[in-house]
Design a binder for this molecule. Sequence first.
Ligand code: CU
Length: 173
Amino acid sequence: MVQTVAWIVSLFFMLMVVAVFSFVAWKSKEKREYEPIKKKWYKARTFYGITLVSLMLIITIYTLRELPYNQPVYGAGNDPTIVDVEALQFGWNMSQTEFSVGEPVEFHVTSKDVNHGFGIYDEEMNMIAQTQAMPDYTNKVYITFDEPGTYEILCLEYCGTAHHLMKTKIEVK
Ligand SMILES: [Cu+2]
């Protein structure tokens, strides 16, 4: 769904660019008085600039409001399961690979060698969570699985010749 929308929006803007270029190319043969055109388009440029800056400011403030994202708040007696994940060329060391539906899980992800990507995929191969696996640093992924199944962990960052083999599975019951 999101991909379809992204595709249609991209297509729309690509066609807009083509239309603008075609219009300019088509009109470029016409000779006209320069001063009035200059005046008109300087005005348009000012309007465009102010609108764009205001729009960007609003979007920036709106989208950055919640950063840094808070850690989830767990209820009393509902401590998360902490899973240590270590990425290495070319595999994953995980302290636990079986989970239950509704159980809050925290993956603490690091790397033994180079940068890797830690991506969790559901059975339809939709990515449901991800973070970077970095040496000497621990990134956390907070997740509560709400469907049972076999999930796959794939490396998301090209890390060497056997990068494509860098995957493992976790079970949610
Ligand atoms: Cu990797």
